[in-house]
Ligand binder design. Structure first.
Ligand code: 5GP
Ligand code: ZN
Length: 134
């Protein structure tokens, strides 16, 4: 439990949330600013700032819960697909610093768009970057 963490408050029940699923390591609840109908957040019960800090057990539990919710939004909300998203760092749009996975149901004609415009990259640059990462 981390003081002043909204999501720890949700786990503790001191901050209200609309939960839809849980197990002993993770819980899933509705996002209050839904990108689409049924937008969910899945969080480990144990506090970690972001995915880098979360334990393998917590990440496994959160990912498996997210997997089951993807199936549920497709079945019960008639979604056509879903996006999973985890933001790591403020520059990557993270605004709540407790590890979470967004489960965003997608519908054929929903207004969401990719936030970048895919254009071919420079192959030398791509390969040089790969070398740095290998
Ligand atoms: P991030 O921007 O860190 O990737 O995602 C944080 C998410 O938490 C946002 O989509 C935001 O709408 C959601 N959120 C922030 N505060 C609350 C809250 O008090 N309750 C719920 N249910 N969601 C919240
Ligand atoms: Zn927390």
């Amino acid at each position: 439990m981390s003081e002043n963490c909204i999501f720890c408050g949700i786990v503790a029940g001191t901050i209200p949330s609309t939960q839809v699923a849980s197990d002993d390591r993770a819980i899933a609840f509705m996002d209050i600013n839904p990108a689409t109908r049924g937008h969910l957040l899945v969080i480990p019960r144990t506090h970690s700032t972001d995915l880098r800090e979360a334990s393998a057990e917590d990440l496994t539990a959160a990912t498996l819960l997210a997997q089951s919710l993807v199936g549920r939004v497709i079945e019960r909300l008639d979604a056509d697909g879903a996006n999973l998203l985890s933001c790591i760092g403020a520059d990557a749009w993270q605004s709540v610093f407790h590890t979470h996975l967004h489960v965003i149901p997608r519908y054929k004609d929903d207004p969401l768009q990719l936030p970048w415009h895919p254009t071919p990259g420079d192959l030398d640059e791509i390969n040089a970057t790969a070398a740095t990462l290998t």
